[in-house]
Ligand binder design. Structure first.
Ligand SMILES: [Fe+2]
Ligand SMILES: [Fe+2]
Length: 194
């Protein structure tokens, strides 16, 4: 059943995103499948979450905000100001309502890929990380992150969160608290040797 859903979504997304976004999405699918296999998570779920993670990324600010209001989606004020982050929340809503995906882990992975969150599941971590290391990505530190991703999922997600926090500070933008919660939680785990 999940295989049919993957085919349905794959056929749909090409017409709903730019060529650039589509290629990025396929890169995230490959990276997510690789990580799911490596870290013993469900490959089909990883594929489906990766396919849909950026479904709403090409929405304009107006489209994102209209979608939120029209559907009565509850969001905090930081998400309203740093509206680019909303594409995760909107993508998860579309996954549930347009594609009838009810697997909460998949929905959370789509929702939280823009910020990270507390208590991330392995699937959430995989999608978060795959987004940063897919083959089309090229930025300072990406090769190092790819190496750490081979070693430890938690270590790599922590490094990706740190990279994001440094980047957001360097461009003087709002930092979502969930990114800090996610980072501190993984730091605590590391400190405790878990
Ligand atoms: Fe995204
Ligand atoms: Fe992405």
């Amino acid at each position: 059943m999940i295989k049919d859903k993957i085919v349905e979504v794959l056929n749909n997304i090409k017409n709903h995103m730019s060529e650039k976004r589509y290629l990025h999405t396929l890169g995230v699918v490959d990276a997510a499948v690789y990580l799911a296999d490596k870290y013993g998570e469900n490959i089909e779920e990883a594929k489906l979450a990766a396919l849909l993670h950026d479904y709403a990324k090409d929405f304009t600010e107006e489209e994102l905000k209209n979608y939120i209001h029209r559907n009565g989606i509850d969001v905090d004020e930081i998400l309203i100001v740093a509206y680019q982050l909303l594409h995760g929340r909107v993508g998860a809503h579309i996954a549930k309502n347009r594609f009838h995906i009810n697997n909460q882990d998949i929905l959370n992975a789509i929702d939280n890929h823009t910020t990270g969150s507390r208590n991330m599941s392995n699937l959430e971590k995989i999608i978060y990380l795959a987004d940063f290391i897919e083959v089309g990505r090229d930025y300072p530190g990406v090769d190092d992150l790819r190496i750490v991703a081979e070693e430890s999922l938690d270590k790599a997600v922590l490094q990706a969160l740190n990279n994001t926090i440094k980047y957001v500070l360097s461009i003087d933008k709002l930092l979502h608290p969930n990114t800090i919660y996610a980072r501190n939680e993984l730091m605590m785990k590391r400190e405790k040797g878990e």
